[in-house]
Design a protein around this ligand. Structure first.
Ligand code: AGP
Length: 613
């Protein structure tokens, strides 16, 4: 949600922080600000609204210095107005902070501070942290000790970065719990801190991630990582191969459009190195699967949120189909509180693009506390969901910037297909012939996705027809039922059109009452084992005057004669058909949103990374 960038070195921190914040715009925010030390004084510039507003402020009244911190804020406590924007200072103006997270005991702390004469200038919980820091500094503490003592007083999950003009040679950053990541970037005579990699990747690819309960003292020539007990911690610095250019929009109008088109590459990369087409084998080395564990594996839960959970619903079918292991999908916000039955013969697979989703992490912690094995499929490298798992699959999609997830939906579908085959091969439930067929089918995938993307204009023509709709009903069955949910989610997220999704067989149990000539029904009806059932649903919708937009396989004349519009997909093996069916639905939502002139990449009220409950 909120984003953090900090810099210390020889360069002017202001443009570095500003550009870093721009790279984090995708996370969703409603104000932005930065602070630098200039002539021994902390100078703050901040503004509600987009970063462009902050830039205007800086144009009129610039600041420069070799050390600084910046932030994009997504309001939790206090309105999204300038006085609540970060960074925050206290009464002395000698220490300044940016913060991600929520101070759970904020009211208590504020009351206590106010009683001792403290004046608050904002409505934020963050400001209470800076007053606590000042209090510690006033008692003679060093900045480091003040940070440690303060962290012990606040409850909740936090990522913070602090600097002081009294110790202008250092930045201190810390991570407590899962309020997003804290990344330390190592440069040559300069150092960076950020909540997310894209903010600093253009400067360095040498990075390390703080664990919960760690803090780092960052100086321009080096850093030290400690725990809250003051002990020095080992800290791994890794080299990230993401190309910063891939985080740019390139030739596309929006990141979402670019990311939809990147699915050919991302699916190719998903298969590369993992699928041996010659030998009919799958390699998922980082899953750390042992024959003993797989033999005793009794049950798998898949837990995730939103789009990632819909990908999990398809994974459920793959694992049950290939490996005959019972799988249950739970949205993470429910799993964490429903006292699930987990033991040492249970695996819990978490799926997350950001790797920092608070509910998903809490679901994993719940599973861990009950003795289950933790698996994860994650896009953002090095994040918590990846780190705390016993086995992991890294999505090969590169950074996803658009708030509406697209390429990070299709990649984990394929990852779970591979996992299902591998489990089936390991537990002997999948024959060599069936495994080989399933593996060979994967060869077709990147080409089919490429051909689908070539049909973007056809989809945009349908979007033009649907530009003014106010509601939509998405129907699917079997392996494509989750595609109905995902299609509807994409539409509501970026077009704000009310959309509902149902397993098509449920129509007669209620939703059919909605059908009339003003209700567009998006029917996902490729040639899969549920095809005849979908045809009968389409007939029922037509009989009631509904408008049918079908997703159907090339050459299907029955559908052509029934539907008002068809989004055609190439012939594809049914197990892989969800990947083909979702692409026209991603494009449909995208084009309706652009026709309506909406902010596709940063839809209202949404954040890319949901690090609060
Ligand atoms: C997707 O379009 C959504 N913005 C949202 O549902 C997202 O998938 C969900 O918040 C989970 O995020 P994660 O994959 O980063 O954990």
């Amino acid at each position: 949600m909120c984003g953090i960038v900090a810099y210390i070195g020889e360069q002017n921190a202001t443009p570095i922080i500003l550009n870093g914040l721009k790279k984090l715009e995708y996370r969703g925010y409603d104000s932005a600000g930065l602070a630098v030390v200039q002539n021994d004084k902390i100078k703050i510039r901040r503004k509600s609204g987009k970063i462009a507003e902050l830039e205007k402020v800086l144009l009129e009244d610039t600041v420069a210095g070799n050390i600084g911190i910046g932030h994009t804020r997504w309001a939790t406590h206090g309105e999204p107005i300038t006085k609540n924007a970060h960074p925050h200072v206290g009464m002395t103006g000698d220490v300044v902070i940016v913060h991600n997270g929520i101070v759970e005991n904020f009211l208590e702390i504020r009351e206590h501070l106010q009683e001792s004469g403290c004046k608050f200038n904002s409505d934020t919980d963050t400001e209470s942290i800076v007053h606590l820091l000042e209090h510690e500094l006033a008692s003679g503490c060093s900045l480091e000790d003040a940070v440690v003592n303060t962290l012990k007083l606040i409850r909740g999950a936090h990522g913070i970065v602090v600097l002081s003009n009294k110790e202008p040679d250092k930045i201190i950053c810390a991570r407590l719990g899962n309020a997003g990541g804290v990344v330390v970037g190592v440069g040559d005579g300069e150092m960076f801190v950020a909540s997310d990699l894209p903010a600093i990747l253009e400067h360095t690819r040498k990075v390390g991630f703080l664990e919960s309960g760690q803090y780092a003292i960052i100086q321009k020539d080096g850093f030290e990582v400690k725990n809250l007990g003051g002990e020095t911690c080992e800290f791994e610095v890794q080299t990230i191969s993401w190309d910063p250019v891939s985080a740019e929009k390139g030739e596309y109008r929006h990141f979402m459009q670019k990311e939809i088109h990147e699915q050919v590459r991302s699916l190719n990369d998903t298969l590369a190195g993992r699928v041996d087409f010659e030998k009919g084998k799958i390699r998922l080395d980082n899953m750390n699967l042992t024959p003993e564990f797989v033999k005793d594996l009794k049950r798998i839960y898949i837990t995730a949120c939103g789009t990632a959970a819909y990908a999990g619903m398809i994974g459920e079918m793959y694992i049950e189909h290939f490996a005959r292991i019972p799988v249950e999908v739970d949205v993470a916000s429910e799993f964490r509180y429903r006292n699930p039955i987990v033991d040492e013969n249970t695996a819990v697979l978490a799926i997350s693009q950001s790797g920092e989703t608070a509910d998903t992490l809490a679901a994993m912690e719940e599973a861990r506390s009950k003795g289950g094995k933790l698996w994860s499929i994650v896009n953002a490298i090095g994040t918590q969901v990846m780190r705390i798992a016993d086995g992991t699959i890294s999505m090969q999609t590169g950074p996803e910037i658009g708030v509406a997830s697209t390429k990070a939906f299709t990649a984990p579908i394929v990852d779970q297909y591979l996992l299902g085959i591998l489990l089936g091969q390991m537990n002997g439930k999948l024959s060599d012939a069936d495994a080989n067929q399933a593996i060979q089918d994967l060869r077709l995938l990147p080409d089919i996705v490429g051909r689908l993307l070539d049909r973007e204009e056809d989809v945009s023509a349908v979007a033009e027809e649907l530009r003014d709709i106010e509601n939509a009903l998405y129907l699917g069955r079997g392996i494509n039922m989750p595609i109905a949910y995902e299609g509807a989610l994409k539409l509501k997220e970026i077009t704000y059109i009310h959309a509902e999704a149902y397993p098509a067989g449920e129509m007669k149990h209620g939703p059919i009452a909605l059908i009339d000539e003003s209700m567009p029904v998006i029917a996902i009806a490729p040639r899969d084992p549920w095809y005849e059932k979908m045809i009968s649903q389409i007939e029922q919708v037509k009989a009631r005057g509904g408008i049918v937009i079908a997703v159907a396989t090339d050459g299907d004349e029955r559908i052509a004669s029934l539907a008002d519009h068809v989004l055609w997909i190439p012939e594809i093996p049914w197990l892989l058909s969800p990947i083909a069916c979702v692409i026209p639905l991603q494009l449909l939502a995208y084009h309706i949103a652009t026709i309506r002139g909406l902010d596709v990449d940063q839809p209202r009220n949404l954040a890319k990374s949901v690090t609060v409950e």
